[in-house]
Design a protein around this ligand. Sequence first.
Ligand code: DAH
Length: 338
Amino acid sequence: MNQDISNIKSQFDADYAAVNSLSAVDRLKYAYLGRKGAISAQFDRMKEIPPEERRAFGAMLNTLKTEITARIEELQQKFAAEQQTEADIDLTLPGITGFRGGLHPLTQVYDEVVDIFRGLGFTVEDGPECETAYYNFDALNTPPNHPSREWTDTFYLDVPGDTWLLRTHTSPVQIRVMQRKKPPIRIIAPGRTYRNDKPDATHSPAFMQVEGLYVDKGVTFADLKGTVLAFYRALYGADVNIRLRPSFFPFTEPSAEVDVSCFFCRGKGCRICKGSGWLEMAGSGMVHPNVLAECDIDPEVYSGWAFGMGLERIALFKFGVDDIRLFYENDLRFLQQF
Ligand code: DAH
């Protein structure tokens, strides 16, 4: 009897060692623990065993059954885990990837503005962010006592030799271009600009502008209006309108502020346009004769118009964002939405 039990055990050891798959585990379980398996067969023999030996035999058989059950469970877990890694991976599902990065909303607007003006025949020019007072103010017909020159508005740089500053607008690029090229000139100059402003929802000490300049024979205010209208319609939709309001800039005469009809309320008046139906978008005007002359372009022969607008303002309205600082805080929760 003991012999029978140790035979079963050594047979099980051999069978156990040969198992190499989950279905082989099932077969092993069936062969030993099934209703007609080796262990059951021994239990069925109990009644043939003399009563005085039955107890000891039953105990040995139970020990063997417990051991076999435990070892089979172990095998089941092992092969189930292996099989799971194959069966549970659906290779047709898209992979899990991290956030791959994207273009900053200001970069997107920058690219779109450049695209639109390229389509209108403009080329892109660049200029330095550290400028001299000559390019930033003097050559732009800005008088020596003009308030924008105050240190409370302009960041001056402590550099000897000249009056250096961080450009307060992209307009100095007009001068650099007109001193280098002769008309026809049709350029835009996007870039970073600086003013001594406290950051709030609508101000940032570093911000971006896009300058536009068109100089040729016979350029008129009507050209300015048509170009600016085409630009804003390309940017905000074919149904927006513009309005030109008289204004003043030292470097243009006449000067005009450009408003775009509010595309949130279609001009009816809302929170965004503060009830007016219009959004202030740009400064513009006919290039002042003094500015052309400073660049050796004869104002009797040539005329031109120019504009300057804030890129953040375009982006604020385009994306419906209400605080300019969000563009500079690099909070991924904000940036991932674009
Ligand atoms: N430079 C002006 C500013 O920063 C904007 C501007 C107005 C630019 C009129 C121009 C212009 O070229 O013609 O407020």
